[in-house]
Each structure stands twice: as structure tokens, then as C-alpha cells.
Design a protein around this ligand. Structure first.
Ligand SMILES: NC(=O)c1ccc[n+]([C@@H]2O[C@H](COP(=O)([O-])OP(=O)(O)OC[C@H]3O[C@@H](n4cnc5c(N)ncnc54)[C@H](O)[C@@H]3O)[C@@H](O)[C@H]2O)c1
Ligand SMILES: O=C(O)[C@H](O)CO
Length: 386
């Protein structure tokens, strides 16, 4: 028998019952749900990561949809429980959905939503922040200052890397990888090399246009190259940022052998998912190569770090905060809520999950559609023609 889980209830007499496994930023998402006859139950349990058992208790006997988090294990057990309770919709409050077994959701006919687009620039900005912090050794210098060790300017004090004219490498040039690449190319006049399974045409056009602009103004133009292998990026780039999805093909994409191919003074940034890097191999590589630096937002076994990582001066570590800007987190909550609401109301799926702005306009009514359902095709859901 599952333990009861503490909740906060909005609109107790609502016709549809939706559960959110966490309190989320902002109030727009709450208002959008309760205005459409939803009884909303928000879990207020103190523990950060809910177990499958906790979520089954939250779902109960009747539940139309659930808004969940990337820390939860959405597989056979949960989709079966949701389906038994009459549920038709689940949405992650995240773009990444490697915590969701989409095949299990398909089996029970549950639509799975995610929140693309609204976090693209915010996440790319954190990757850029980590790149700068690592290149200019900002965290080490801050610790030095606070420890009272600064006794005057010195020619060798915290000398780092100049980004201008160096090469930035991007693995996974989708929405976030491309936004990061544009920031580094335009902001710091870096040359670009990228690897993706698909051609990043818009990104290539952007860098070409920027190069033309620089040339026309008498400056050295930036360059770009689409690598034919990931190893080419590892060998040529000075900073490498990882932005692929996590799946079987990207698990331990960066391993001991690949780390060895990188420049001795390279910088590696990861704002995608922890298991994309073999973290134990990374700790060893950082130990052996003190000039190699890393900026990590995500870890292989969150919330833990592999032994030794926390002690290394050449590692900057932050707790999975890449999408943590107020506007973005409120927008993620809105998109997740509208995914669930849209499915409950029988709305079609929005025609382009990369163009979700109409759902985020706080002064307007959102379109009558689910912003992003990843298994729309598998479930043969109708697509909005708006
Ligand atoms: N740290 C955070 O807080 C945070 C925030 C947002 C997103 N993310 C992660 O970032 C990921 C990417 O988000 P997005 O919106 O840019 O997704 P996206 O789908 O637009 O981009 C992912 C790209 O990875 C490429 N890719 C897939 N497999 C590859 C492989 N084997 N080698 C090279 N490239 C490959 C795809 O072709 C695609 O272009 C998410 O899935 C999520 O896991 C993390
Ligand atoms: O996938 C995601 O969206 C992140 O990890 C959290 O923003």
C-alpha cells in the first residue's frame, strides 16, 4: 500500500483531474488549467526526487493527466497506472525526455509532451558562461580572492585562454547547439567546427553572413566547417560543447579514447545530459592534464559527482541550472501544462514544435493545440493547421 503524498489543491470542483509532481515557477500555467475546468493537484512533498511508488500514489484511481519532471522514471509502471486511472497525457517539464520510455507510453496510448524552444537561448547562455568561466579561470580566481591570497597584480596571475580567433566545436548542432555556436562565433569571433547527424543549414548561413560582414569591414572573417566525424571536432577545436540528446548512440560519446584525442589545453562543456560523458574517465583525464578544463552542468548519476571531481581545480561544476532563467522556467511550466490540457480537451498537436512563441505570449490566449507531443505520429494524433 503506497504512502499518501502531500498535495496542494486548486479548483477542487474541476471536471478534469491533473497532477503536477512538483510546484513550478509562475502562476500562468495554474490559471490556464483552472480556467479550463481542471482540478489541479500539486505535490508538496519535501523530497526532491519522487519514486515511482510516490507518483503512483499521486495518480490515484482517477487522473486525466500528469505534469512531471526529468528526475522521474516514466516507464511501464507509471504509464500503466496512469492509463488505469483514465489518463491520456503526460508532459515532462523539460525538452529532454530520456527519462521517459516512449514505447511504454505508446502501448498505453498516452501522449508524451516536452518543452522545446523556450529554453534554447537560456541553456546556450549557460554553456557560453561556463566556456568563459573555464577559459578565464573565473571560479579559481574568485576562490583565491575570497581566501585572502591576493597580494597584488602579477604578470602570471590566472592567465587563461583568449577565445577570439580560436575554434569552437559543437557536438549536436540542434536548437541549443546552434544557439551556442552563434553566441561564440558572433560574440567572440571564434571559428566553428560542428558535428551532427544532420546539416545545420541555418547555422552555416549565419556564420557565412557574419564572415562576409567582417570581411567587408576589413576584419579577419570567421570560418565554419561541418565535420565528417566527431573525432575531427575533438582534434581541431579549442572549446567543445556537447548538445546532443541522450540516447543509445550518445551514451559515453566522450570516453577515455576520445578525451585523449583532444588538445591538452582544450575546454569541454556539457549542458546536455551527464551520461554523454564517461565521468570517471573524465576525472582521470583532468587529473593527468591539469591544463585541460571542463564546465559541467550535468552529471552521470545526478545528484552525485564521480569521486574526485569536486576536488579538481580544472573543473567548474553547477547543479543542472542551464534552463534556470525566470522567463524560461515559467514558459516551460506553461508549455508542459498546455501539452496535458490540450490532449485532455482533444486539441490537435501544434504544427511546429520549434515555433512555440504563440503559447508564451502572456497577454494573449494560447492556441487551441498541444505545443509539443513527441509521440504524436505513433499515436496518429491530428496536427493543427493554424
Ligand atoms: N542542462 C540543461 O538544463 C538542459 C537544458 C535543455 C536541454 N538539455 C539537453 O539538451 C538536449 C538538446 O536539446 P535541443 O533542444 O537542442 O534538442 P535538438 O533535438 O534540437 O538537438 C539535438 C541535436 O543532437 C543531434 N544528435 C543526435 N544524436 C547525435 C549523435 N549521435 N551525434 C551528434 N549529434 C547527434 C540531433 O541531430 C540534433 O540536431 C536535450 O535533449 C536535453 O537533454 C539540457
Ligand atoms: O532537458 C531539459 O529541458 C533540461 O535538462 C532542464 O531544462
Amino acid at each position: 500500500m503506497a504512502k499518501p503524498v502531500s498535495i496542494e489543491v486548486w479548483n477542487p470542483n474541476g471536471k478534469y483531474r491533473v497532477v503536477s509532481t512538483k510546484s513550478m515557477p509562475g502562476t500562468r500555467w495554474i490559471n490556464l488549467l483552472i480556467q479550463q475546468d481542471v482540478r489541479l493537484e500539486i505535490c508538496t512533498e519535501k523530497k526532491t526526487i519522487l519514486s515511482v511508488e510516490d507518483i503512483i500514489a499521486l495518480i490515484g484511481d482517477k487522473c486525466d493527466g500528469v505534469i512531471g519532471q526529468l528526475t522521474e522514471d516514466w516507464g511501464e509502471e507509471l504509464f500503466s497506472a496512469l492509463s488505469k486511472a483514465g489518463g491520456k497525457a503526460f508532459s515532462n517539464m523539460a525538452v529532454g525526455y530520456n527519462n521517459v520510455d516512449v514505447n511504454a507510453a505508446n502501448k498505453y496510448g498516452v501522449a508524451v509532451g516536452n518543452t522545446p524552444g523556450v529554453l534554447t537561448e537560456t541553456t546556450a547562455e549557460l554553456a557560453a558562461s561556463l566556456s568563459l568561466a573555464a577559459a578565464r579561470r573565473i571560479v579559481e580566481a574568485d576562490e583565491f580572492m575570497r581566501a585572502g591570497l591576493y597580494d597584488g597584480w602579477l604578470p602570471h596571475l590566472f592567465v587563461g585562454n583568449l577565445l577570439k580567433g580560436q575554434t569552437v566545436g559543437v557536438i549536436g548542432a540542434g536548437r541549443i547547439g546552434s544557439a551556442y555556436a552563434r553566441m561564440m562565433v558572433e560574440g567572440f569571433k571564434m571559428n566553428l567546427i560542428y558535428f551532427d547527424l544532420y546539416q545545420a543549414t541555418r547555422l552555416e548561413k549565419f556564420v557565412t553572413a557574419y564572415a562576409d560582414f567582417l570581411k567587408a569591414n576589413g576584419e579577419t572573417p570567421v570560418t565554419w566547417k561541418r565535420a565528417t566525424s566527431m573525432d575531427e571536432v575533438l582534434q581541431e577545436a579549442d572549446i567543445i560543447s556537447l548538445h546532443p540528446i541522450l540516447d543509445k548512440t550518445t551514451y559515453h560519446l566522450v570516453n577515455k579514447e576520445r578525451l585523449a584525442k583532444m588538445k591538452k589545453e582544450a575546454i569541454l562543456i556539457n549542458c546536455s545530459r551527464g551520461p554523454v560523458i564517461d565521468e570517471a574517465a573524465l576525472v582521470e583525464h583532468l587529473r593527468q592534464n591539469p591544463l585541460f578544463r571542463v564546465g559541467l552542468d550535468v552529471f552521470e548519476e545526478e545528484p552525485y559527482m564521480k569521486p574526485g571531481l569536486a576536488e579538481l581545480k580544472n573543473a567548474i561544476v553547477v547543479p543542472h541550472i542551464a534552463s534556470a532563467s525566470k522567463w524560461t522556467r515559467e514558459g516551460m511550466a506553461t508549455l508542459a501544462a498546455l501539452n496535458v490540457l490540450g490532449k485532455i480537451k482533444g486539441y490537435p498537436v501544434w504544427f511546429d514544435a520549434n515555433r512555440v512563441e504563440p503559447f508564451l505570449n502572456e497577454n494573449g490566449k494560447p492556441p487551441a493545440a498541444c505545443p509539443s507531443i513527441v509521440n504524436a505520429k505513433a499515436l496518429s494524433l491530428p496536427v493543427s493547421k493554424l
